[in-house]
Design a protein around this ligand. Structure first.
Ligand SMILES: [Fe+2]
Length: 354
């Protein structure tokens, strides 16, 4: 009877009302479309407090008003602790006050819904901005990659132009790069290391671009002055690519590709422990190609002689482990050369160990 009366009063004030006989009925009906819930405390099965507890777990954030005949202070405190919006006692004596309380609860509900909407919109906005930022980053990355690619291509063209000027070194860069990649793969280096090595190999002699090479194209031996000039090319090369910024490791390798393990190389006289594997690889393959290709001032070595020379100069000039890797990869690389059988290399290796 009380339920029906309260329902009628609320309808009279213009509200839409749904009723339930007990807590279970409330929990079955409730959804986000309700603005206010009015609960009694003494109900069959679930009492008002249990019902409120379960409502809290559903997280609809609908204001709950307790309307009860059990109007003790204990109950009021318990209701407030559970997060109840208000605590009213039966019978309702002043209908206007009752209506004001209901309206306030509805206003609170409106406020909660607005806040929820605002939060959702804010989250959407943040997500949108994050997506836009990610897109922009991707674009920037693509842009910088293509810029990097264009720079490398431009430098390759310069390199090729340089090599065309010098008949004797033509093909040297390409072969050195191939040997370097072959060796790096055999040594199991990572893709990023291989990329650095590849660029360093591609541009290791770029310093010769700005050095007058006419001297090395004449027949006969080079003079001391000519050697001094040629020895400048690693530093000059490293300086050429320095402004590019993204090739810092390549700069080091290019600058030091004529160093020796014993520290008697140039330009800085670094020793083996100051050189990284990539530089040591370039030193070996560059020397190997220099030995096996023709120069005006000397006859070229056979591959066999060159490998023997690499072994002979292990420790003093070359890293022994890298020489070993290289010699074995050369066997796989040029399987048709009979002198490069594995047995042959084992012998050379053992002889050098003695
Ligand atoms: Fe060089």
């Amino acid at each position: 009877m009380v339920r029906t009366t309260v329902s009628k009063i609320l309808e009279m004030f213009g509200h839409h009302v749904k009723t339930a006989v007990d807590g279970k009925g409330v929990l079955n009906q409730v959804d986000d479309s309700f603005d206010v819930i009015i609960l009694d405390i003494n109900m069959p099965d679930k009492d008002g407090f249990e019902t409120m507890h379960e409502l809290n777990e559903l997280q609809y954030d609908i204001p709950v008003l307790f309307l009860t005949g059990a109007g003790s202070m204990d109950y009021a405190v318990k209701a407030i602790n559970l997060g109840a919006y208000d605590f009213l006692t039966k019978p309702i004596e002043d209908l206007d006050i009752f209506n004001v309380k209901i309206r306030r609860a509805i206003e609170k509900r409106m406020y909660v819904l607005q806040e929820r909407q605002y939060k959702a919109a804010l989250e959407d906005d943040i997500q949108l901005k994050a997506n836009q930022l990610e897109e922009q980053n991707k674009l920037l990355l693509t842009y910088s990659n293509s810029l990097e690619k264009a720079t490398v291509q431009l430098m390759s063209s310069l390199q090729n132009a340089m090599e065309e000027k010098d008949y004797y070194t033509a093909g040297h860069t390409m072969r050195v790069t191939e040997y370097a990649l072959m060796l790096a793969t055999a040594m199991g280096l990572s893709d990023s290391e291989i990329l650095v090595l590849r660029r360093a190999a591609q541009f290791h002699d770029i310093g010769k671009l700005v050095i007058d090479l006419s001297c090395i194209q004449k027949p006969g031996k080079l003079t001391e002055e000519e050697w001094i000039l040629i020895r400048k090319h690693p530093s000059v090369g490293a300086n050429i690519i320095q402004p590019l910024g993204f090739m810092e490791r390549e700069q080091f390798i290019i600058r030091h590709h004529h160093e020796r393990m014993d520290g008697t190389g140039y330009p800085a006289g670094l020793t083996g422990d100051q050189l990284d594997d990539l530089t040591k690889i370039l030193i070996v393959v560059d020397s190997y190609d220099a030995m096996t290709s023709k120069r005006n001032y000397r006859k070229n070595m056979t591959r066999q002689e060159a490998v023997e020379e690499l072994y002979r100069c292990s420790r003093s000039q070359f890293d022994p482990e890298i020489v070993e890797y290289f010699a074995r990869s050369i066997v796989d690389f040029t399987p048709t050369e009979k002198v490069f059988t594995r047995e042959y290399l084992d012998n050379v290796y053992l002889n050098n160990r003695k």
